[in-house]
Design a protein around this ligand. Structure first.
Ligand code: NCD
Ligand code: ZN
Length: 334
């Protein structure tokens, strides 16, 4: 049995820098035609020179793969001149509330202090992607942020706003209320709940921001993905950390899912009898919503099985050591 996906796109990806970037980039660029590259490096990617240099490093690391890195600027107050210069080089701008997640210390402290930049982005047609969490109780952080999404969507009706890596039923419901509001969802939030992270022995490899939620939240996310909800896009949020930063006290947030994304998505959609919707979820929706064309690339998966390695260098992947039914067997770009 086989299944082919045209130009899969990962709408939320962390590649890091240096040796880690060189190791993990091919694991996405082999299987995906394009990916949105997150800017939460140290220091953040918050100027054009750094962004262009970072893109060149990624292009070198992907080698011959047909793969387009779609670059993101780290949100701060930008001038119109800066945004005009950046526009042709970026896909959008990613906003982190200060301290919400890995390397977000330079993020935004108060949304109402940066509205001039939102207005400029709206005027120039630059999409805004947001890590939508407050600093409240960990299970409620996304829910508490939804009012801010609603406020921004109303106040800037032409600004394209993406709620990144949504994890709750409430976020899915908000999607239908504002025309200019979209969302990405990860692979792991379609599968795990907080029980998998902390319900038995603690599993640091499943610890991420936003934290996995309740079964009813997972169910709402899964149903929206399986039907390829027209405002929902696949974004893995694959976020590698070395094992020394995961298996320790003060474990870093992030799952490294890149090597198993497509095989697991096919497995999941097949199990629910919705394989015909996977193409839209993992490619079509993103291209329609953002009005762009990903490079042509056919990725064939076959049901011949694969064993997920225990490690990629010093990074433990999601589903490490498991046997998966599907595996990518061919990539072509003619
Ligand atoms: C991400 C990372 O490690 O960069 N971590 C995570 O838990 N998802 C940052 C993020 O997207 O929150
Ligand atoms: Zn992320």
């Amino acid at each position: 049995m086989e299944f082919t996906i045209d130009s899969p796109i990962d709408m939320h990806l962390h590649l890091r820098e240096g040796a880690m970037m060189e190791r993990v980039t091919p694991l996405t660029s082999n299987d995906f035609a394009a990916a949105i590259i997150m800017p939460n490096l140290v220091p953040p990617v918050d100027n054009l020179d750094r962004l262009i240099a970072y893109r060149e490093q990624i292009v070198a690391a992907k080698g011959e793969d047909v793969f387009e890195p779609l670059m993101m600027l780290f949100f701060r107050n930008y001038s119109k001149a800066e945004l005009l210069a950046a526009r042709e080089h970026i896909f959008g701008i990613k906003l982190y509330p200060a301290g919400a997640t890995t390397n977000s210390e330079a993020g935004v402290k108060a949304l109402d202090e940066v509205e001039d930049t939102f207005a400029l982005m709206e005027e120039l047609g630059i999409p805004l992607m947001i890590h939508g969490e407050t600093h409240g109780f960990v299970m409620d952080r996304e829910k508490e942020f939804l009012a801010s999404y609603a406020h921004l969507a109303e106040k800037f009706p032409k600004l394209k706003i993406t709620m990144e890596h949504i994890t709750t039923r409430d976020a899915v419901e908000l999607l239908d209320r504002y025309e200019n509001l979209y969302a990405t969802v990860t692979l792991h939030h379609l599968i795990i709940t907080l029980n998998d992270v902390a319900g038995g022995l603690l599993n640091p490899h499943l610890f991420c921001k936003p934290i996995a939620k309740r079964p009813e939240d997972r169910e709402a996310l899964l149903q929206a993905a399986l039907m390829a909800h027209p405002k929902l896009m696949f974004g893995s949020d694959s976020a590698p950390h070395p094992i020394s930063k995961k298996e320790c006290c003060g474990c870093a947030a992030g799952l490294f899912t890149a090597p198993v994304c497509l095989p697991t998505l096919v497995e999941l959609f097949e199990a629910h009898g919705q394989l015909e919707n996977l193409q839209s979820f993992v490619s079509g929706n993103a291209q329609r919503i953002h009005g762009f064309a990903a490079p042509r690339k056919q990725v064939k998966l076959e049901k011949i099985g694969m064993d997920v390695p225990a490690r990629y260098g010093d990074v433990v992947p999601y589903r490490a050591g498991e046997h998966l039914p599907w595996t990518v067997t061919q990539r072509s770009s003619n």
